[in-house]
Structures are given as structure tokens and as C-alpha cells.
Design a protein around this ligand. Sequence first.
Ligand code: BEZ
Ligand code: FE
Length: 286
Amino acid sequence: MRDINQFTITEAVKQSFKTEEGSRLKFLLETFIDHLHDYTREVNLTHEEWMGILMFLYDCGKISTPERHEFILLSDVLGFSALVDMINTRGGQTEGSNLGPFYLDDAPRFALGGDLGGGRDGAVLLVQGQVRDSLGNPIAGAVIDTWQTDSAGTYPIQEQASGQDKYDLRGIFTTGEDGKYWYTTVLPKPYTVPYDGPVGRLLRAGNRHAWRASHLHYIVRAPGYRPITTELFFDNTDYLDNDAVFGVRRSLITKLEPVKKTDSLPPTDKVPNARCSFDFVLAPEG
Ligand code: BEZ
Ligand code: FE
């Protein structure tokens, strides 16, 4: 090891870890070391740049709290989260998209046709569709967990200091025998990802904005199927082609339509004035 140089160091670092032969950990670690060292040699990293990267990561750690996940945000704006979603989407199933930081795993349950809006300002949107398998069979008893912003682009969980209930604008619905679901809510609006920290500095340095196209978040689960985490976007809205976290996929854009008197709509607690529809397709487990 004393004759180590900028080329032999990569193998030396890999050899220093005594990980189990053929294990996933060994593969992940060794490939990471290869890429990190290759990057460092390729860009001829200076000491100032090296320290700049470490201080940036330090700042991400410093601003992070259980409510503020700066490393997830970093992963999001670098397209790392989206890439993981993409490579883990099975053929035939609904494409995956960002979980984001505002999910709560204990949202209130609603009956089909219920309203998530709770009297808030904004267009009353009917969201309807079906959960099915990749052969087109309806999935009964599928659980649809959804959360979203209000019509000003704010998640109630971000506004708890001003008295908002963190469970507002989120809910869980269960499909009936025909796999169908429907509910009303307020039409969400675009919002910015947090940009008052190190990730915001990175966006500004790269002349990038922090806006997300307006969306509804979903986790859909059913026994025997792979759960999906995804988002639904609306056509003719801003930032579809430059979403700050690369969450938009063509297959996840739905048509937003005004409700017409002649439309035949499912029964809802609140009368909608806009509607959209989206079917979720789940792939079998395994
Ligand atoms: C979201 O979609 O909720 C989100 C995603 C990334 C960063 C911040 C928010
Ligand atoms: Fe979101």
C-alpha cells in the first residue's frame, strides 16, 4: 500500500472493505467507489472544490429536521429520486413519481364520494377512476392514499403555526367491487420546493427555479400487488416541462375539464365544477 498512487488507490480502498463475496453491499460499495474516484480524476478536483462539496453536505445536514429533509430535496432536484422511481417502475404498471416530504401515514379515511376540500377556496374538483391490474381486471379493496396542496399551493402541514390541521387535504379511499374510486377536493396550484437552504443556493447557482407543476400525490396499495407511489398532473398547467424535481411523466398528465350539466357524475358530497379521471394500474407482487 505504500506505493499507492492516484490510479491504484481505487482498488486499495475497495480491498480495505471486507464485505461478503457476491453480496449486494459489496457491489453497491465498490461501484460507488469506482464512480467517485473516476469523477474526482476526471474533473481534476481542487482542494477548494473538495471542501466546497463537503461543506455543502454539512449545510444540508445542519438544516435537516424530522420535518425538513434537505438530502431528499437534494436528491429530488438532481433527478436522483426520479431516476430511482423510473428504474423501479414495472412494465404495465402506472409510472412512479416523487413521494415528496409531506406524506403522513395516518391520513383520515373517507367514504367514496367524500370531499377532502373542507370548505376551502378554489375550484371543486372531482377526481375519479379505477384501480386495475395489468390485464384490465378491476381491483376491489385497493387503498388510495392521497395528499395535496390547497388552491394557493400550500400544504396544510406547512402552515401548522397559523393553526392549520396537518391532516387537511389528505385522505384514504377504498375501491368498491368494480375497482372504482371517486372524491372531490380543491384544485391544487403550483408551489415552490423549499429554497431557503443549501439546495436553494444550488438552484440559484444553476439559474434554476424552484416551482413544481400542480399535482395530486398518491400511494395505491392492494393485497398481492406492488404498491405504487405516484403523482397526477393536469394538462394546460404551468411547469409540466420544467418541474423542479423532474416528477412529470406524459402518462401521468390528466385532462382537466369543466363539469357540464349533461355530464353523468358519480354521487359526491359536494357539487364539482371541474373534473379529471385517472386509472391506476398495479403489477403483481414479486
Ligand atoms: C412534493 O411534491 O410535495 C415535493 C417534492 C419535492 C420537494 C418538495 C415537495
Ligand atoms: Fe407535492
